[in-house]
Design a protein around this ligand. Structure first.
Ligand code: NAI
Ligand code: MG
Length: 357
């Protein structure tokens, strides 16, 4: 059998991205050796420093360069001195939109030893995924402003829900639910207040559900759904939402699951027509950057999600298991988790565990 080679574009970005990405690569390398595949890395130093030097976050042909890879492994982007909308719209958004990464996926899983802000909850209670539509919906570019500066001044912003766009995110969510033991899918809606797009979302959800009789479904309006995330996190298995509702839920979900330092995320083009991108939920953390004390687990877990997307499920599971074991058995942990280990200590411990796992 020939060994598989996966081509990875590596973008550490700014701040602690430069500290977490090397640890992510350390663990990925251990997984590749252990499970018998190769990783061909291409390194890109695009960041706010690039912007300071060139006036652009990435070169004109940046996406073409990345398109040669199977996946993008990203640290974090953003640094004081460069407005956040410039770093976001100059690098992250072009990648997400240009590569039609229409799924944003975030596991919300309480790891042993992580401190959930919810009282009396254990890892058995919090283990679900948020699936967010990532390309259309409420975050459209249609609308405008008229009669500016006058009494008649008004602004509009249209929501755009296409059948293709809605159906494909719902299908992804149902397929994901099928792979989970509970096989349950919850839809975020607001069809009582938003009277065209949300009833349409509900209609397509009901239609798609007919293809998946094995999946139990329910739906909640977004306001009470947020309350349920806090009061009954154990109700959820897979939760799907539009761009706006998914955005809210995908920050709330990791928050109920504890430290921002361990939360991973994926921006996925499921058809693999374009590379998908894997990145921790956290940003560049300028307040602790350069001290090598940041938690690399969000980055490492994002690497596991990348391997799963690339078809290396056993390797991905091994990394997640290593994280769970390290946290449960009192392995090295960084300050945000109550320990005093450095970034590299945690990375090395996990790489070691994966090599032996
Ligand atoms: P942040 O996530 O960088 O930091 C928030 C707080 O969490 C800070 O106190 C930080 O020290 C802590 N923290 C974050 N990651 C940690 C880790 N791995 N280990 C230990 N502690 C950690 O969010 P903030 O401060 O709002 O944004 C900083 C910069 O990052 C901004 O320029 C922002 O635009 C950018 N950002 C980029 C994101 C991305 O690349 N996807 C996501 C979020 C923010
Ligand atoms: Mg957000």
């Amino acid at each position: 059998m020939t060994r598989k080679t996966h081509r990875i574009a590596v973008l550490p970005g700014d701040g602690i991205g430069k500290e977490t990405v090397p640890e992510g690569l350390r663990v990925l390398d251990a997984a590749a050796r252990r499970f018998g595949f190769d990783l061909e890395l291409s390194h890109f130093d695009w960041s706010c420093e690039t912007y300071a030097q060139t006036g652009k976050m990435m070169p004109e042909d940046g996406l073409d360069q990345l398109a040669k890879s199977d996946s993008v492994f990203l640290g974090a982007v953003g640094w004081p001195g460069v407005p956040d909308h410039i770093s976001l719209w100059g690098l992250l958004i072009p990648i997400r939109r240009g590569f039609d990464q229409y799924i944003s996926l975030r596991p919300c899983k309480l790891m042993p030893g992580a401190r959930t802000p919810l009282a009396d909850r254990t890892p058995a209670d919090i283990d679900f995924y948020v699936v967010r539509e990532n390309t259309e919906g409420e975050y459209s570019s249609t609308g405008g402003k008229m009669f500016p500066g006058t009494e008649r001044e008004f602004v509009t912003q249209d929501s755009v829900f296409t059948r293709v766009g809605v159906d494909r995110v719902l299908k992804y969510a149902f397929e994901l639910a099928m792979t989970r033991p509970r096989r349950k899918l919850t839809s975020a809606t607001k069809s009582n207040g938003i009277t065209f797009t949300m009833p349409y979302w509900d209609e397509r959800f009901a239609e798609m559900a007919k293809n998946y009789p094995g999946v139990t479904t329910d739906q909640f309006h977004i306001d009470i759904l947020c309350a349920h995330f806090v009061q009954h996190p154990d109700w959820f298995d897979v939760v799907v939402g539009s761009n706006l509702f998914g955005d809210i839920l995908s920050d709330l979900g990791p928050a109920v699951a504890g430290s921002i330092g361990i939360a991973p995320s994926a921006n996925i083009n499921p058809e693999k027509k374009f590379p998908s991108m894997f990145e921790p939920v956290h940003g560049s953390a300028p307040d602790i950057a350069g001290k090598w004390i940041c938690n690399p687990i969000g980055q490492i877990w994002s690497g596991a999600m990348m391997l799963e997307h690339l078809g290396e499920k056993a390797a991905a599971d091994c990394i997640v298991k290593a994280i769970e074991t390290l946290l449960a058995e009192g392995g090295p942990r960084t300050r945000d988790m109550g320990g005093n280990a450095g970034t590299v200590d945690v990375g090395k411990a996990l790489a070691e565990a994966v090599s032996q796992g």
